[in-house]
Design a protein around this ligand. Sequence first.
Ligand SMILES: *[C@@H]1O[C@H](CO)[C@@H](O)[C@H](O)[C@H]1NC(C)=O
Ligand SMILES: *[C@@H]1O[C@H](CO)[C@@H](O)[C@H](O)[C@H]1NC(C)=O
Ligand SMILES: *[C@@H]1O[C@H](CO)[C@@H](O)[C@H](O)[C@H]1NC(C)=O
Ligand SMILES: *[C@@H]1O[C@H](CO)[C@@H](O)[C@H](O)[C@H]1NC(C)=O
Length: 473
Amino acid sequence: MFRWHYFSSCAVAILSLLMQEMNRVTRFLTLILGSSAPSETRFSSVAGPSSSASGGGGTTLTLNHRYGPCSPVPSEKRPISDEELLRRDQLRAEYIRRKLSRSNGTAGEDGGQQSKVTVPTTLGTSLDTLEYVISVGLGSPAVKQMMCIDTGSDVSWVQCKPCPIPPCHAAGSLFDPAASSTYAAFNCSAAACKQLGKHANGCDSKSQCQYIVRYGDDSNTTGTYGSDKLTLSASDVVEGFQFGCSHAELGTGMNDKIDGLMGLGGGAQSLVSQTAANYGKSFSYCLPPTAASSGFLTLGARSSGGGGNGTSQFVTTPMLRVKESPTFYFAALKDIAVGGKKLGLPPSVFSAGSLMDSGTIITRLPPTAYSALSSAFQAGMKQYKKAQPSSIFDTCFDFTGLDKITIPAVALVFSGGAVVDLDAHGILHRSCLAFAPNADEKTFSTIGNVQQRTFEVLYDVGSSVFGFRAGAC
Ligand SMILES: *[C@@H]1O[C@H](CO)[C@@H](O)[C@H](O)[C@H]1NC(C)=O
Ligand SMILES: *[C@@H]1O[C@H](CO)[C@@H](O)[C@H](O)[C@H]1NC(C)=O
Ligand SMILES: *[C@@H]1O[C@H](CO)[C@@H](O)[C@H](O)[C@H]1NC(C)=O
Ligand SMILES: *[C@@H]1O[C@H](CO)[C@@H](O)[C@H](O)[C@H]1NC(C)=O
């Protein structure tokens, strides 16, 4: 197993500001508001320190927030505001809905791999909503590259020389394929090139395979598809890692200092699929609760076998895949509990399935489920003054002058009975309930990264199982 490790020193600054106390009997969370905390981390919880109990056979990398002080990305001001980020998150949600409305399909959970889920094969990710970065080495000698991780896409890419700015953007270290003794571009008849499918972009004058990846926010990257040595750690090296050597990036999502993107989708080109022989098509991550802390990405995490503790520390639920859209990982959300009490939503509410996505920020629910959640949550928040809706949120509160608040616990209940008790970070965003409704009942739900924070979320693609382990980072 390979795991990107993280360093607790980064978290110290925020831990002193904040604390959380969870009363599991009354199913309420008590939050102490940090008055001196930056607005982004206005309140927080202190999850137990991670003691990741992983068995052998895998590898771990540190996962950092793209704009946090622990981010390996050269430090600079966060280029976009919280409001703008949420606006783009909403654009992405609408993009998904638009694409989906062209098909008739609804996602069902009645059949695992044979699921009726229909999602657009062109569904990309809005790059701006990708918030988590890893550091890897590429080439020989290895050059450090900071890459966003994305479970919603497959083709990985980094900026390569030549890469004028624009259409490229200033990055940490531009990868120079000519300076790597192990780099090779694919020719146009290579199997890896043919496998690109909708990402194929013809041949250049030197018969080198060209690729294109288009994202949901109309950004795109183009260049040469090639392979090189990928160094995850001193002992974890992927020979012949296939990726796009990007010579141009266009669109709003590209204007920051990220070197590239690491695709963790279920499609053939993703890191997960390419390393199936080493890491068993299984990975997990823990998204850190604030930009100031770090999490991890593990390749080779297993829900069973592999010598670890198996599923014992995880609550698990089946993973659903769609043949026509192998990139995406779906779960079956069944109900939501507020204050320990299930809303009792009829199964039909969630019949369109639930996309598990590292690239969507805020969880989107069918309108029926959202309004039931909002009502129940407000009922548990009667003691607080309501506030005006804010950006995509309509259930907001005024906590002015308070240094301690108590909010109802919220849990996601998945198929098979898995109950995922959300961390406080997954319930409130600033002072609003951190969920939003889809535009219609037929669109699948999306479990966003705000709700996933602090959990180790396991994607055991080989066994078609999701796992959740609380308090992992
Ligand atoms: C399994 O879990 C137990 C307790 O949760 C821990 O002490 C042990 O080290 C774990 N074993 C492995 C192999 O991860
Ligand atoms: C969508 O539904 C219409 C009418 O029910 C049908 O004619 C069409 O073939 C369907 N399209 C797909 C892609 O299933
Ligand atoms: C393309 O690459 C394949 C595999 O590396 C090789 O077998 C083939 O001869 C190459 N074709 C050309 C035209 O270079
Ligand atoms: C790439 O993105 C730019 C900017 O959004 C757009 O103008 C261009 O048409 C896109 N190119 C392709 C081939 O999609």
